[in-house]
Design a protein. Structure first.
Length: 299
């Protein structure tokens, strides 16, 4: 895997130095793109990428992701937000505006399976994930040495049926400094509604099946018994309903009757690691908008 050289990293930082991302969602009607473009033109911004989608041109929901460069962005960001507020209000927009150079703070939760964790750590080390990994949290001690070689703090918090509430309190205490995203990299515990309420649409899970097929535990065993010809993986936001949150990314691998359960698991790990990494990367780059129980993804 290619690791960015110091020159490449400086070039990346320079490219994003004055770049912003705006995400917009509102009822569709004429004039939205024109109003946003005109506003940015008046600010002296240069639009470098624009993506949009409507669920229905006549009575649907409109979604937009736009990137632009603007000199002295950091100093002007608050003023731009204030100036854009009346435009947003006139269209009833839900919107956000962020600096592309700002790195999101991430926590990774993991149990004993290491393949998804390692994929994220490798990509992060290579500069492919624009984030700061604040910690790895696990209910097992197995990954400590691996994680700490990357210079990342490791929190071993055992979870049992009897101490689950206390364990979650310890996890939340570890997160108290604030994180922007939690990644469940094959973390084999169900988070309580109390835990989820502070991180709505900010927890990404990898489920080792092509949802909605084979929800819950042991999906590869379920797939084997069903005699499937495709196995897959699904990255989704976590909600209170098990394995039913908005789907961000999916992929599949063709299999035959010759594969046993262990072979299905081995093949599935490759799919899981890439699906999760893609979903995390898109979230970090503000490419995902949630609409009901669906997502609009601008890759």
């Amino acid at each position: 895997m290619h690791r960015l050289s110091e020159r490449e990293w400086l070039a990346y930082k320079q490219k994003n130095k004055d770049r912003a991302r705006m995400l917009i969602s509102c009822e569709d009607r004429p004039g939205i793109v024109a109003a946003v473009s005109h506003f940015l033109f008046e600010q002296g911004a240069n639009i470098v990428q624009s993506d949009q989608y409507t669920t229905d041109p006549e009575a649907g929901r409109f979604f937009m992701r736009i990137e632009f460069d603007l000199i002295n962005l950091t100093e002007r960001l608050d003023a731009i937000k204030s100036s854009f507020a009346p435009v947003a209000h006139s269209f009833g927009m839900e919107w956000s505006l962020v600096e592309a150079k700002k790195r999101k703070k991430v926590a990774i939760f993991v149990s004993k399976e290491d393949h998804c964790l390692l994929e994220l750590l490798w990509r992060w080390k290579a500069g492919e994930l624009h984030a700061d990994i604040a910690m790895v949290v696990s209910n097992h001690p197995d990954m400590r040495e691996t994680v700490e070689t990357f210079g990342i703090p490791y929190h071993h918090i055992p979870v049992t049926r009897d101490n689950k509430e206390q364990a979650e309190q310890e996890q939340l205490a570890a997160l108290a400094d604030g994180v922007d995203l939690i990644i469940l990299a094959r973390y084999m515990q169900i988070l309580s509604p109390r835990f989820l309420k502070d991180y709505q649409m900010r927890i990404i899970n990898i489920h080792h099946s092509f949802l909605p097929a084979f929800v819950g535990a042991k999906p590869y065993e379920q797939a084997y018994r069903r005699g499937v010809k495709l196995i897959g993986a699904t990255a989704h936001y976590v909600t209170e309903e098990l394995d039913a949150g908005p789907i961000i990314e999916q992929d599949v691998q063709r299999v035959t009757h010759q594969e046993d359960v262990e072979t299905l698991k081995q093949l599935g790990r490759q799919v899981e690691r890439t699906v999760l990494a893609r979903a995390v990367g898109w979230h970090l780059e503000d490419r995902v908008l949630v609409y009901g129980n669906k997502t609009i993804v601008f890759p």
